[in-house]
Ligand binder design. Sequence first.
Ligand code: ASP
Length: 319
Amino acid sequence: MGFHAKHLLGIEQLEQDEIRVLLDLAERYVSLNRGTRKHSSALEGLTQINMFFEASTRTQASFEIAGKRLGADVMNMAMQASSIRKGETLIDTALTLNAMHPDLLVVRHPHSGAVNLLAEKVNCAVLNAGDGRHEHPTQALLDALTIRREKDRLQRLTVAICGDIAHSRVARSNILLLGKMENRVRLVGPPTLMPARIGEFGVEVFDDMREGLAGADVVMMLRLQKERMDGAFIPSAREYYHRWGLDAEKLSHAKDDAIVMHPGPMNRGVEIDGTIADDINRSVIQEQVEMGVAVRMAAMDLLARNLRAAKAGNPERMA
Ligand code: ASP
């Protein structure tokens, strides 16, 4: 039992035990982060490079803080949107960076699968910070930690994931993680925003919010991914809010103690009512951000341990 992965590319590759190990370690980092001295030496001497080919606020800041708290040398690369169009460019960038001997590479990219491709070309540990509509593993892990802390368990819960499922890497990673941990996952949203072959995911699908939320323990709202839409998927923002936006009335169909989540950035008045987002009795959105730092510290710590072990076992391989 333990965490064996070389990279964190997606939830798909993780075993149940690896998820538990990571969340347990993250829990220890939550305590560290709440103290006045927030430093540990887990990544001392290591170089972390953050490459974000797509805009990010929370995730990039969170990875940067996480690396700094663990003592890594952290470098943020400003990636130009114009230089990412061709596959060759990405691989060239990867090889250039590889020559500088980074230990951890944190990558966000608009194309699904780009981060996996990059991981094949480098010697260091790669963390996927979101690739297209494919996966966003640290988001699902921080969501899992938030749920586990709020509900005291991560099994046998009914979780309603609502909104733009089709374009959301957050939805995909959460469906995989919650499924692996034996929860009941419901997807709620307009049929135009449901992925094809959704039946293969082992989830229940609803287009009516009241039915989808009935008896839910967790209500996870998603942003409309307009940047990934190549046509009209919703009638209008107003109509969307009316039918699928989370307001007090729709939330009243979930359990009385249901928590409300959102990965951010939020469109108040489109997918969620601002009053609910700010309701400290229901919304755990700020806690999600806090857990994000702890989960990313745990992920980088575990990958660094595996990296060091591989290097000790075979110094040539990692040279
Ligand atoms: N921040 C999340 C992501 O990068 C969710 C979103 O952008 O809607 O996927």
